[in-house]
Design a protein around this ligand. Structure first.
Ligand code: GAL
Length: 420
């Protein structure tokens, strides 16, 4: 066995050699870098990105992946860094952006390039569902390549915690869910609902709104067709407050993987989170869980899609096109989604190898009613989302839960963006 010092010296020289080999290989081959900007920095999210990177390595010789990830769930930190870079005309070669309203902001600002001709040459129009194409199209043009479809209205549960408290089936509606949360608390689980900071609170609120208003009226909240001032919204906010009372007091300091940790460690029974959680639990080797659609939202698929763009002013457009083509491809979508927990955006990727959860999601995506997500950019603009996140964060920390005040604030925000 090598002594520690010799082992260290050996490691150092290997690293130096590897670095110089790398440098010369780069110089020799003239490989160009493609900086890919995401917020996928750990767990199942990183595993998804790694799968794409390995496909890219095979499909795009001469191009080198450069990781521009900035950690923070839902891009809470990444989006700030990205927007500062864009403002300084220093965009990455490509960045992750949600299909829908969030993407529309970048298009309106002229920050992303038209990819319609690439869609045609890659045969992508025929491979994507029409509804998604419609959400990606602005004035007849396509500006981003979707990698997946995620579902947001899902509850993840720790099987052991539930069975210890005698909870043996999924609640059928919101009242039953509240009763199960009360049961867990009586059984000694102090914070039965694991929750994190602002945007995760928005996810919870959106699920409650879907349950109480139904798919159509929920979607109308973001188009102006449904008023935020109604009795039904007031009822949903009251339900939300009840749910909040079952969550952990330190929620405002936690990102979603921290809240997930409460679930894994058996300190909570449930967490409402998008289906990236399935991949993350797998990456963290936790199997003793179950999942169900948020009570009262069965038959509704709250969707969001991660997509990639070619920014205006990207340094390496050829390399970026090759990245986008990889993201768009059957193989790229299979490998990425197998690891990421989502389902392919393409309709022609074979189902073999996908998890039981993913098979369920694929079946539901075909039959359920789709509604968009504000927390993940398919329903509302970034600005709208930021404002609601701040409102919910403040509501969470306030000792007195002023529901009429919350409703008025949400209605006033909506009125800035849509006519009601
Ligand atoms: C979403 C994103 C997902 C997942 C999640 C948590 O906004 O679309 O892919 O990464 O955030 O970070």
């Amino acid at each position: 066995m090598l002594s520690t010092r010799r082992a260290l010296a050996a490691v150092v020289s290997v690293v130096v050699l590897a670095a110089s080999a790398c440098g010369s290989a780069d110089e020799d081959s003239g490989s160009a870098k493609v900086e890919v900007f995401t917020w996928w920095a750990e767990g199942g999210e990183k595993a998804g990105l790694d799968s794409l990177v390995s496909r890219f390595g095979t499909a795009c010789p001469g191009q080198e992946f450069e990781n521009g990830a900035v950690a923070g769930g839902a891009g809470i930190n990444a989006k700030q860094v990205l927007n500062a870079r864009i403002a300084q005309n220093d965009p990455p070669d490509t960045f992750q952006v949600h299909a829908g309203a969030e993407l529309a902001d970048y298009i309106a600002a002229g920050r992303v390039q038209d990819l319609s001709a690439d869609y045609d040459s890659w045969g992508l129009r025929a491979a994507l569902p029409q509804g998604l194409l419609d959400d990606l199209t602005v004035d007849g043009k396509l500006y981003s390549v979707p990698a997946n479809i995620h579902r947001a209205n899902v509850v993840w549960a720790n099987s052991q915690v539930l069975s210890d408290a005698g909870i043996l089936q999924a609640p059928k509606n919101l009242d039953a869910f509240l009763q199960d949360l009360a049961k867990l608390r009586r059984a000694g689980v102090e914070s039965p609902l694991a929750l994190g900071r602002d945007w995760t609170q928005l996810m919870l609120l959106e699920s409650v709104l879907i349950a109480d208003l139904g798919a159509k009226r929920f979607a109308g909240l973001f188009t102006g067709a449904t008023s935020w001032k109604s009795k039904a919204v007031r009822g949903a906010l009251n339900d939300y407050v009840q749910l909040l009372a079952y969550s952990n007091a330190d929620r405002d300091a936690l990102d979603w993987p921290d809240a997930e940790r409460l679930l894994i460690d058996g300190r909570a029974g449930y967490q409402v989170m998008g289906d990236w959680e399935a991949a993350d639990l797998a990456a963290k080797n936790f199997q003793a869980y179950e999942y169900f659609t948020f009570p009262g939202t069965e038959g509704v698929f709250q969707w969001l899609a991660d997509s990639f763009v070619l920014p205006d002013g990207a340094g390496n457009p050829d390399g970026t096109r090759c990245w986008l083509k990889t993201v768009a491809s059957v193989d790229g979508q299979r490998d990425f989604n197998l690891a990421k927990g989502s389902i392919p955006a393409r309709t022609d990727v074979a189902g073999d190898g996908f998890s039981a959860y993913q098979m369920d999601a694929m079946a539901d995506w075909k039959t359920a009613t789709p509604v968009p997500s504000c927390a993940h950019g398919s329903a509302c603009s970034q600005d709208w989302q930021n404002t609601v996140n701040a409102t919910l964060g403040a509501f969470s920390t306030a000792a007195e839960k002023d529901v009429p005040g919350l409703q008025a604030a949400l209605a006033a925000t909506a009125a800035r963006y849509v006519q009601q």
